[in-house]
Ligand binder design. Sequence first.
Ligand code: BJ8
Length: 383
Amino acid sequence: MELQKELPDIFETFGEIRRNSFMVAKNQKEKDIPLIGVFCTYFPQELALAMGASTVSLCASSDETIDDAEQDLPRNLCPLIKSSYGFAKTDKCPFFYFSDLVIGETTCDGKKKMYEYLSEFKPVHVMELPNSQSDDGFKLWKNEIIKLKEVLEEKFNTTISEDDIKKAIVIKNNERKSLKEFYELGKLDPVPITGTDIFKVLNGTTFEFNKESIPNNLNTLINKIKEEYELSPKYEKKPRILITGCPLGTATEKVIKAIEENGAYVVAFENCSGAKAVDELVDESNPDIYDALAKKYLSIGCSCMTPNPNRIKLLDKMIDEYKVDAVIDVILTACHTYSVETLSIKRFVNSKKNIPYMSIETDFSISDIGQINTRMAAFIEML
Ligand code: BJ8
């Protein structure tokens, strides 16, 4: 990755990682390096890394294949599920095409039922994720992680040693630490970088197959941003927004854009595009590696958990640390779990944190951009 460029070009370079990684995936296939396609933050990436495989996100974010998906799936389904299925069905996603195995989890109803059809196109293994972070749920999840290790060993005719998993834990933790150091730049006031650029880097990094290169690349970027900021901050003070809710992708960048074009900055992402996946590390001192992995991954505060206290816990911390003026909850159409949870998030943000809250329901089309802009402008003006 070329990091000797000016800042705006570096952000573009991160944005291009996804496109370039199509070629990297192809090259890896030619070298017989396994590729594992995943759909969720709950997937314990360390197991894939420990066997030398690459992992790629198959969560699509474009409405290009939704019509094809709707021939098989109901219209009233989350666009992320329809789009991802549509890309798989039409063979338009090179990552899906190159994936040797797809791993799903029993998260929301739509996703877990979609995997049943997806297995008609590819080998799919579904991990049984519990609905809550109870002791019994923990036991089930730890067993599912051990079972996944065995599935990978059998499918790829390999052995995944505990030492390899330990090494992978360190690599993934280092990646998380550097990502955290990067997005924590959003704590500065005025901001040193826009939310649009933070998102570009976070999203691009998920498509970097060489996980060990991430900390160095991010450090170079962080130092460059800090140097420029110390010389003279580029951006003026404006209301500071935290985004929570469903994961964002290319099509839903329109929400970040609408916030930043209407007088505010996105300073933090609590969702799976940001802190939710990264904030907590795997405990490297725990001698039981499966226990350590299960603890980290089961603690993720996704709305498919009931109750879901860890989302509130992370929001609480981030609202204070990032001096947030308002929270925007992004809900993908027909995402029932996040949609139902908006009430408790609104209550928490309004009553416990005493700041404004707004939820936005959207999909992958461009038809609601005007309406999102109007609502954002009115909301931000009130801040
Ligand atoms: S850990 S947020 S990546 S499940 S938006 S498909 S929930 S109907 S994406 Fe998610 Fe894992 Fe949770 Fe994160 Fe279903 Fe909702 Fe669609 Fe969703």
